[in-house]
Design a binder for this molecule. Structure first.
Ligand SMILES: Cc1cc2nc3c(=O)[nH]c(=O)nc-3n(C[C@H](O)[C@H](O)[C@H](O)COP(=O)(O)OP(=O)(O)OC[C@H]3O[C@@H](n4cnc5c(N)ncnc54)[C@H](O)[C@@H]3O)c2cc1C
Length: 291
């Protein structure tokens, strides 16, 4: 097996163009497991850890954050936790400290597992994936269009993920996950919510309850239309939001849980995260709610 070690982003793209079957390696917390278990035996690994720009994040002139694909979860939590609270919450649930030191959102996107914890908050926040190839340059893929099937994404064989783009949270964001134990666990199901009280927008993301991570679009539309942003949360609205979030799933029975349990748990997570978000909103000064 060849071990390719580009030193720059341009070299990485050139290597991927020349050898599209080469498997990118960032934190290695998915790739090395697959190699160890013989799930795949690629001709080449494309080590991205020397490409320094992948491990950096920046604030664009329009205020959006561009977070390099190689920024590990531990740094997301400490450096961006205040601006991306939903993603940081999800990051805190990933694996163990060792996994969070190595693992990245870029790798989570590369694997595109329906159970990946990074996906629901990216969907809820309306994040965009920046992909690039030597032949065609940069392509921006909304997270909503990125996931195509179980561990299948919109990424072409000659493309690499450069970064994801997202706005700093405009309001409360929450992520919640049900697992078969409290830590080091693959989600049985998960849910993320992002509220933007100024734009009066609701974002959601459902994890581990369908072939791909996905938004609960009907739940978002319902909530945006029915919420009275200046009043206490109506229990009927809360209940219906949970029902619609659960209805967005198309779960299966597997070793981690039944489809019926996943639907039930999703409704609970949706109600719970909305309640947390709403409580934050009500506690915030009115100026922050109205812009
Ligand atoms: C013990 C353990 C616990 C875990 N717990 C969790 C958990 O709780 N939640 C969770 O979501 N995941 C968990 N994982 C899975 C893994 O840690 C995550 O998916 C992590 O985000 C992978 O990131 P990485 O940088 O290590 O990716 P890598 O293993 O380096 O790569 C993962 C995939 O992405 C591709 N890739 C990497 N970088 C790029 C790029 N720039 N462009 C294109 N493709 C790229 C790789 O080729 C590979 O297919 C766990 C893994 C282990 C071993």
């Amino acid at each position: 097996m060849d071990f390719l070690r580009p030193a720059t982003w341009a070299e990485a793209l050139a290597a991927k163009a020349e050898r599209p079957q080469a498997v990118p390696l960032q934190g290695g917390t998915d790739v090395m497991v697959e190699l160890n278990f013989g799930v795949r035996r690629p001709d080449a690994l494309l080590d991205l850890t020397r490409v320094t720009e992948l491990a950096a994040w920046e604030e664009a002139p329009d205020g959006r954050l561009r977070v390099g694909a190689g920024v590990p979860y531990a740094r997301l939590i400490t450096e961006l936790g205040d601006r991306l609270p939903g993603l940081a919450q999800a990051a805190r649930t990933v694996g163990s400290p060792q996994i969070r030191n190595r693992g990245t959102v870029g790798g989570n996107l590369g694997t595109a597992s329906p159970a990946g914890d990074g996906h629901p908050p990216l969907l809820a926040a309306g994040a965009v994936v920046e992909a690039a190839s030597a032949a065609r340059g940069t392509r921006m893929i909304p997270a909503d269009d990125f996931y195509l099937g179980v561990k299948r994404s919109a990424l072409e064989p000659d493309e690499l993920i450069r970064a994801f783009w997202t706005r700093p949270a405009a309001g409360p964001q929450y992520f919640a996950k049900v697992g078969t134990r409290n830590a080091m666990v693959i989600a049985v199901c998960s849910f993320a919510i992002a509220l933007d009280p100024v734009a009066r927008r609701v974002g959601t993301g459902v994890g581990s309850a369908a072939p791909t991570p996905r938004r609960a679009a009907a739940a978002e539309e319902f909530l945006a239309a029915e919420l009275d942003w200046d009043a206490p949360l109506d229990p009927a609205v809360l209940t219906r939001f949970g029902e619609l979030a659960a209805a967005a799933a198309s779960p299966i029975d597997d070793v981690r849980g039944t489809a019926a349990y996943r639907r039930h748990a999703l409704a609970v997570l949706a109600r719970r995260t909305l309640t947390w978000a709403w409580n934050d909103l009500r506690a915030a000064p009115r100026a922050r709610r109205t812009g």
